[in-house]
Design a binder for this molecule. Sequence first.
Ligand code: AMP
Ligand code: MG
Length: 320
Amino acid sequence: MTRKPNILTPSSESLYLAAQNLRLGKLVAFPTETVYGLGGDATNDRAIASIYAAKGRPQFNPLIVHIADKKEAPDLVIWNKSAEKLADTFWPGPLTLVLSRAPDSPIALLASAGLDTIAIRCPDHPIAQQLIEQTQRPLAAPSANASGKLSTTCAQHVQDSLGEDVSLILDGGPCPVGVESTVLDMTSKPPTLLRHGGVTKEQLEAYLGEIQESLHDESAPKSPGMLLSHYAPTIPLRLDAQTASEEEAVLLFGDEEKVKGGGVRLNLSAKGDLTEAAANLFAMLHQLDQEKFKGIAVAPIPQTGLGAAINDRLRRAATK
Ligand code: AMP
Ligand code: MG
């Protein structure tokens, strides 16, 4: 198979170009020690929305935020001594730590799927590290494959799976046969193992004492009551609204005329663009979630493309 022009061998030029693209909100696939990651600027909701769009996932699953050095962590999450100890021991490497979002964290709300926790790790791969450093942004990077397809361990597979959705692919050769990262939730006492991976439970317990396990099946649909207790507004949400009372806030999509009335009205995307809508979803829900409103009336949102993930999120919030 001929190589498409957007597969580039890592060099100072291609890393520079990749970093520029990321800073502009474009997606770049890059090798990590586990699998290829579909990278986007973790501080840019639009870039995160295009990761979900490229993967074609029907749900917003929280993404792991990749940093080049542990010193970047305290700006993003509430860092503590245990996290520091684990990072000293296992970073760079396949250990993801889930910590509370720092008050002024620049991480996009969509990257953590609206949760008030953020998963971070420092990958042990020179290209991944150089790319993060050069971009000067934390990078969200789920596996670089379309949803439901196998994870990709070489650049050509990324090309075949995601094609034109990535601006370029940095070819680091095949990934060292790796397991996924271990995911450890540090916000519970004792900490909770959410996913087994490259760092074992026993290794972690040597540093932390006993930890609990609450593994989730990533292929199974997550219910709102499960481990990933997603953010939901405290006031009621009403979907497919056509009219709203003066006591309700309104979340629009596209044509404003589709929902009449309402108090405060915000539009997820006036031009009816689902990627823009996904990028605005959590911030706008937060904005409208005020006790002075009786509820939030949400305009109908098409079930195509990212609309499926947006509707999934809204339905869960509405039925909590
Ligand atoms: P992947 O990026 O495909 O390796 O998967 C990311 C993993 O991290 C999934 O199992 C997510 O559910 C998990 N994850 C990411 N962020 C969080 C979070 N804030 N809380 C709990 N789990 C998380
Ligand atoms: Mg995956």
